[in-house]
Design a protein around this ligand. Sequence first.
Ligand SMILES: [Zn+2]
Length: 250
Amino acid sequence: MRLTGSIHLIGGGVWGGLGLSPGPDCNVYLVECGDGSAVMIDTGSGLPGSVDAIAGHVEEAGFRPEDIRAILLTHMHGDHAGGALRFAEMTGAEVHASELTARVLATGDEETSSVALARTAGVFPSDFKLLPVAGMNSIAEGDRLEFGDASFDVYETPGHCAGHLSFLLSASGRRDMIAGDVVFWRGRVLMQATPDCDPAALAASLAKLAGLGQVDGLFSGHGAFVLSGANRHLDEAASHARQLRIPPGV
Ligand SMILES: [Zn+2]
């Protein structure tokens, strides 16, 4: 489903998604690079039905798996990173993530990633596994990834979990924030009873994203997205945090 001149939605399952894939998948985005290639943002859960559905939406968007030249992960949770191995194998693309996410994925660490907790809580099926991914590229704040006409400025945005990244995409004359699970439509947030969920870190992340100048779209890891006027939504979240309040939950 095309959302802007360069962004497609290609996955999103039972957790606040739009039903584009059947599993416990985050919103999965595909970004056109203007040269026939594309970048995938997050991968969904990696469960077989989800992988097939997402791969089908890549084709509907006009791309072959091998056209995907990079996979960017916002964070290490299983609904975002669970499909990293499957899509890395399918596309041959390099997987980029924070140093912590890369380290956790390298061993499939289900404790640090909270996959074990989420499985117990019923977020994932009992046989769900975080599949290890070797050879990921570690990226950090200040990095700019350029692919064709699309560039991604990397911001470290912990709070929802440790090692979380957000990407400011410049493409098609727009500036779009791809925010993972740090902030959502109407300034909502997603705080969970996990060891690395950190309200103070979240407040700093929200202030950072609200201070990036004009942003057109807000494309988060679950639920609705914002096509224009994203600053209003980012400011709403940051204004709660400035008053030491946790913004309302999604
Ligand atoms: Zn998450």
